[in-house]
Design a protein. Structure first.
Lengths: 440, 407
């Protein structure tokens, strides 16, 4: 890219069409001047003289225009060469578009992405346009098979007091195929309300106001607890610390609800409900009162370091908020597109190879090539059977044998002699009935 | 670790999706120049001839000074017209150069990043996603949404709104039953279309013929024959069967049930014409035949997908609803947005296991990393020798756990 940028900088800025415009201007001037002379005299002799005199300068001006054109063309050709050299064209997969059959699902993914990015006005324009589109028998889409299934957000959306199991598997809430279209099931209004709530709470957190976040966490405390999240306590704890620091640090009004007294009152009022799970931490927080004068030198200094605390709670708040909606914290569309760019070279390489061999790209269950992704883009545990060299699946689950080693079920069946087998990794023998299917 | 390798940015291959970003303005630059040269040469030729002719007439004494003035006025009008047209082309050129500059600078930013963990990479990659989305929106004719997003993000020079808006206008006119705009586009791009052996113009001419026949009136029939005489001969050699079908159509009225003539009268031809136009348009400008977002998604969804993403039972690793706050993040494929979309793509291939360290087996056959179990137990306020299942919530004494060895 650097080279391309250099090449671009080198292109002569005068070799542009605008210089041809200047030369055309000159011709116009010549013609106008000649016209004036002819009109001024209106006698045949001056006229023929002027016209004859006009010949050569116009000719050279036209030649100049022509030359401009040549130079512009050369500049373009140079740019083209630089492009070919520094950014050579590589073929993209073009014969198989697995996504083409699901415009509705892609539209929905985009709409949700826009909403979670806080682009509410763009999202509503888009939803309107896309719905218009489907309503008018989508004039813009190619003829599509009309079986795109739609997923109802309902279930995962109604979080307040919802049975956590209902949210367990959003895929299970898929309504029957062909039933209604995409965006109408998105409930964008609902989603938008949620996300704007999230953004306003985050805004407050950024301004170091914990109250709205605490209120939200309290309203959803049972779900949060099921998830094993102690966001509510973390927030309350930070609020205690924040109050403890007093008006000079937190800038809140200097009254009895602020400072150490305020913190203590806050703790009395709210910490009771956390005693079961966080007694130890509460003890520490209360104990710190005794060291109030020199916290930084006390054993409690770590509890009271709040530098990163606000951004920490903000990110865990975002995560919890999205999780309660059944959504991942980072935009899946963003992750997928990034992963796509990372994995694409492998796909292109594979395509080139299969094309020379004449084999076909198939939509088998598993990709035919590896697409290594960074660790943070791996979300599930993956178990590759050391004997089978393949991933375990639902029909071929991982099995743990008594010695603690894990093998795929098929491997184990192949290893078996009668009902007994020997572990391929240690001298132990076992019986098939002692193998346990495990869930990773 | 293989993962460190995986997070490196390979500068040679990371910009596969971004090729049209520079190719398109370059193609447009060439096209713009060709049109500019064409009008210039035409007008220059005219004025040069006119001038020579005037000079000759004036010298021979055949034309009066008044005639000369008249001729000069004609030439001036021509040149002013040329100036106007050329200025438009020059402005277009300036815009395209500006776009190329901006795009190269945008792609250049990536050269300074070496791994995807770079904080700047996320910003860059988000911008790329925005570009891909705009490309998708424009290709589907969602022009208002695309414009709104572009304005919001301030990336006018990184996207090709004009090109696609023009395209969707022609497409819409075809779907609305008018070939005029598409024919005009064909004649603008005659050379390019010929080079890629496009049959678009022929198909449009056929459609005109069909429409004349559809009226089912004798006078229009003559028009149709005249139309065929005028436009079909150049295609006789290239598309003999199609031309003879068109000839045969003369004997079939619009309500015919005989194939292939009934098919000719079908309204679906229009949408096929629209598709053919889009294909020709994209091919001519070197654009991929389907949205770049599709390419990114089909590759990305597969790379991220695991057999567990559409499994019937929740695994011990991240799953929305079941996941606890201890799982780093919910899997994007399991998230509502992409779950259905990913159903039909293959899952990623792995040759190495990717599991937490120090795995422990709970009596209910679920396996978790030791660190996660301990953290969850302490968060749940359990005693020192107890653990709690992160998914099911069952509590077990620690001595019931068994170590799991993943080889």
């Amino acid at each position: 890219m650097e080279n391309l940028q250099k090449a671009l900088a080198q292109t002569n800025k005068t070799h542009r069409l605008s210089s041809a415009v200047d030369n055309v201007d000159k011709i116009i001037e010549l013609l106008t001047a000649a016209r004036e002379q002819v009109v001024g005299a209106l006698d045949p002799h001056t006229t023929s003289l002027t016209i004859t005199k006009l010949q050569n300068p116009t000719k050279s001006a036209f030649d100049a225009v022509h030359e401009n054109m040549q130079k512009v063309s050369t500049a373009h050709r140079k740019l083209g060469k630089a492009l070919d050299k520094h950014f050579p064209l590589k073929p993209l997969p073009s014969d198989h578009d697995a996504m083409a059959d699901h415009p509705a699902l892609i539209n929905r993914a985009i709409a949700m992405h826009l909403l979670r990015e806080g682009q509410f006005s763009v999202a509503s324009t888009f939803i309107e346009e896309a719905q218009d589109d489907t309503a008018h028998h989508n004039p813009y889409h190619r003829t599509q098979p009309d079986d795109t299934p739609s997923v109802d957000l309902d279930e995962s959306m109604d979080e307040d007091g919802a049975d956590p199991d209902a949210k367990a598997s959003p895929s299970a809430t898929a309504s029957s195929p062909g039933d209604g279209q995409d965006l109408s099931s998105l409930q964008s209004q609902e989603l938008q309300t949620r996300f704007s709530e999230m953004y306003s709470i985050l805004q407050e957190l950024k301004a170091r106001n914990l109250v709205p976040a605490i209120e939200w966490a309290r309203a959803n405390s049972s779900e949060l607890e099921t998830r094993g999240s102690n966001l509510e306590f973390e927030l309350s704890k930070l609020q205690y610390v924040w109050l403890f620091k007093g008006p000079t640090v937190n800038g809140l009004p200097d009254d009895e609800s602020n400072g150490r007294a305020g913190a203590l009152a806050y703790a009395r009022r709210h910490f009771g409900r956390f005693q079961g799970r966080h007694l130890c931490e509460i003890d520490r927080l209360a104990g710190a009162m005794a060291f109030a004068s020199n916290i930084p030198a006390s054993p409690y200094r770590d509890d009271f370091a709040i530098d990163g605390a606000f951004s920490d709670v903000a990110s865990s708040f975002t995560r919890e908020f999205c999780s309660l909606l059944g959504l991942s914290a980072e935009s899946p569309l963003y992750i997928a597109a990034t992963a796509g760019a990372l994995a694409l070279p492998q796909l292109v390489k594979f395509m080139a190879k299969t094309r020379t061999k004449g084999t076909e790209w198939t939509t088998a269950n598993e990709l035919a090539f590896e697409t290594p992704l960074p660790a943070r883009m791996m979300y599930h545990s993956i178990f590759v059977c050391p004997v089978l060299k393949g991933q375990t699946t639902e029909s071929n689950p991982p099995m743990m044998i008594p010695c603690g080693h894990v093998l795929a079920k098929e491997t184990l069946q192949n290893l078996c002699k009668g009902t007994r087998f020997k572990c391929p990794y240690c001298p132990l023998e076992g019986q098939i009935k002692d193998a346990r299917q495990i869930i990773l | 670790m293989a993962n460190l390798e995986a997070s490196k940015i390979n500068h040679d291959t990371h910009l596969l999706l971004d090729q049209p970003l520079l190719r398109l303005p370059y193609e447009l630059l060439r096209k713009n120049f060709r049109s500019a040269r064409f009008v210039t040469e035409k007008d220059a030729e005219f004025v040069k001839n006119k001038l020579a002719e005037t000079a000759k007439g004036s010298l021979d004494g055949k034309s009066s000074p008044e005639d000369v003035v008249k001729n000069l006025d004609v030439m001036l009008a021509r040149m002013r017209g040329l100036k106007r047209k050329l200025s438009t082309y020059a402005d277009e050129e300036t815009k395209l150069y500006r776009q190329i500059d901006a795009r190269v600078a945008h792609l250049r930013e990536l050269s300074d990043m070496h791994t995807v963990e770079d904080v700047k990479y996320e910003t860059w990659s988000r911008r790329r996603l925005d570009r891909l989305m705009v490309d998708y929106l424009l290709r589907h004719g969602y022009n208002a949404s695309a414009t709104a997003l572009v304005d919001e993000r301030g990336m006018q020079d990184l996207v090709d709104i004009d090109t696609f808006v023009a395209m969707s206008r022609i497409r819409a006119s075809l779907l609305g039953g008018s070939v005029t705009e598409a024919l005009a586009w064909c004649s603008e791009n005659k050379k390019g279309l010929r080079e890629m052996h496009s049959n678009l113009e022929f198909m449009l001419r056929c459609q005109q013929f069909i429409e004349l026949m559809r009226t089912d009136s004798p006078s229009k029939m003559n028009d149709a024959i005249a139309h065929a005489k005028k436009y079909f001969p150049p295609f006789n050699d290239t598309y003999p069967t199609e031309v003879s079908v068109m000839a045969g159509l003369l004997a079939h009225r619009p309500d015919t049930e005989v194939e292939p003539y009934a098919e000719c009268y079908s309204a679906e031809r229009w949408s096929r014409l629209a598709d053919a136009f889009v294909d020709a348009h994209n091919k001519l400008l070197g654009l991929p035949s389907f949205p770049l977002l599709h390419i990114a998604l089909s590759s990305g969804l597969s790379a991220l997908k695991t057999p567990a993403c559409h499994g019937s039972q929740p695994t011990s690793s991240s799953r929305p609803g079941h996941s606890t706050s201890l799982t780093t993040s919910v899997c994007p494929i399991c998230s509502t947005e992409l779950n259905e979309l990913a159903r039909n793509v293959p899952y990623a291939q792995h040759s190495k296991s990717h599991v937490e360290s120090d795995l422990l087996l709970l009596p209910n056959n679920r396996v978790y990393g030791k660190a996660r179990l301990e953290e969850y137990a302490s968060k749940a306020g359990l005693g020192p020798n107890q653990v709690k299942d992160l998914v099911t919530g069952e509590v077990y004494p620690s001595d019931k756990l068994k170590k799991v060895y993943i080889t």
